[in-house]
Ligand binder design. Structure first.
Ligand code: UD1
Length: 354
């Protein structure tokens, strides 16, 4: 039996792909939800909408400072794994959140092999909590699935060369699998008011932007000068922060969207402004230009021909980037063929169920 550990929004989307592929191969899986994301709109809606196999336990570890959050997760994950009658064959983790790190450390301490989906990514910025989580997880893992050759090469530079597979990106599978459902189920008029009008999407959730007043103000000032409507689904952390701020009138504040709503919104938007990792790729796959509100990106392949522009939180850079166009004729597929989940399940079958 495989035990997978998830906790944050993007991990639910990845699990929707991989858990289904594992089930198709007849591999038994137990899912642990750490509770890192707990609001219904950050968590439950994804389980319902994407029909992810039910989790066996929700550990209920909500928000805390990072060390405490990780430590509390570790304690509960350890307790749960040790309570299982059948010892898991392997522990599967996704991406780079504190839930990923906690699960990896516990698995390593229990001498359980670790599978890391989305291995080998680096921002080379150790101030990002995710960078630490990725590095530690990669170096503890026994089987590593990368989204691109760049990631495979990065792992090799760090001495990790065996059991590394470039399978493509599972989030591309999710776009492939759920786009039709989004078209069928989502009525944009019910999601945003000015249906028919052109709009951009903006999302901000990185601590470097949400917790730094100067950075946040620069981003919002830039948005205020751009002649377009911006749809802004608010991460709960930011919702609390901006209550006392004066906001530009072209920002349309929204609650967090579901995955299908988000797919539909990207499909119809003009451009995407974001500090999220996943959204940079989703914009690319849907042929929308992205302005990334960070100084660096792990998804360097998307930077070609201005498809993705790094603007940081610098007002002038954001305004300049908003005027640059990507050349549609230079778009080429990135990060695999949309069947990463199947490849992952097949390799797991060969390695752990020979
Ligand atoms: C986490 C991940 C990040 C990932 C993101 C996806 C880490 C270090 N970061 O960031 O890599 O890109 O998830 O969204 O693991 N909050 C709520 N309700 C919720 C969840 C969060 O109110 O359901 C608020 C709390 O104020 C909390 C803050 O958001 O303190 C931050 O949440 P947290 O889960 O710590 O990190 P994210 O910023 O969401």
């Amino acid at each position: 039996m495989i035990v997978s550990v998830v906790g944050a929004r993007p991990q639910f989307i990845k699990a929707a792909v991989v858990s289904k592929a594992l089930a198709q191969q007849g591999i038994a899986e137990t899912i642990i939800h750490t509770g890192q994301h707990y609001d219904d709109k950050m968590s439950q809606i994804f389980w319902d909408e994407l029909e992810i196999p039910a989790y066996s336990i929700n550990l209920g570890i909500g928000s805390e400072n990072h060390s405490l959050q990780t430590a509390r997760m570790m304690e509960k994950i350890d307790e749960f794994l040790c309570s299982l009658q059948q010892k898991p064959k392997v522990v599967l983790v996704y991406g780079d959140t504190n839930s990923t790190l906690a699960a990896s450390l516990v698995a390593a301490k229990l001498n359980l092999p670790i599978i890391h989906v989305e291995a080998g990514l680096r921002s080379f910025n150790r101030e990002m909590p995710e960078e630490i989580n990725r590095i530690v997880t990669d170096h503890l893992s026994s089987l590593l699935f990368c989204s691109s050759m760049e990631s495979v090469e990065q792992l090799a530079k760090e001495g990790i060369t065996s059991a590394v597979y470039n399978v493509g990106d599972v989030m591309m599978d999710a776009v492939r699998l759920f786009s039709a459902k989004a078209k069928e189920k989502i009525n944009l008029k019910e999601v945003i008011d000015p249906e028919g009008e052109a709009y951009n999407i903006i999302t901000i959730h990185r601590p470097s932007n949400t917790d730094n007043q100067n950075n946040l103000s620069q981003i919002l000032d830039a948005i205020g000068t751009i002649n377009a409507t911006f749809i802004w689904p608010l991460h709960p952390r930011l919702a609390k922060r901006i209550k006392s701020m004066e906001l530009p009138s072209n920002l349309l504040l929204k609650e967090p969207f579901s995955y299908l709503q988000m797919l539909s919104l990207i499909q119809h938007c003009d451009k995407v402004y974001t500090d999220s990792g996943g959204l940079q790729k989703e914009a690319y796959w849907m042929k929308k230009q992205c302005i990334t509100l960070r100084e660096e990106t792990e998804w360097v392949e998307t930077l070609h021909d201005n498809w993705n522009i790094l603007a940081g939180s610098d007002k002038d850079k954001i305004i300049r980037a908003s005027k640059v166009q990507a050349a549609i004729n230079t778009w080429t597929p990135l990060y695999g063929d949309g069947f990463a989940g199947d490849k992952i399940a097949q390799i797991i079958l060969q390695v752990y169920y020979p």
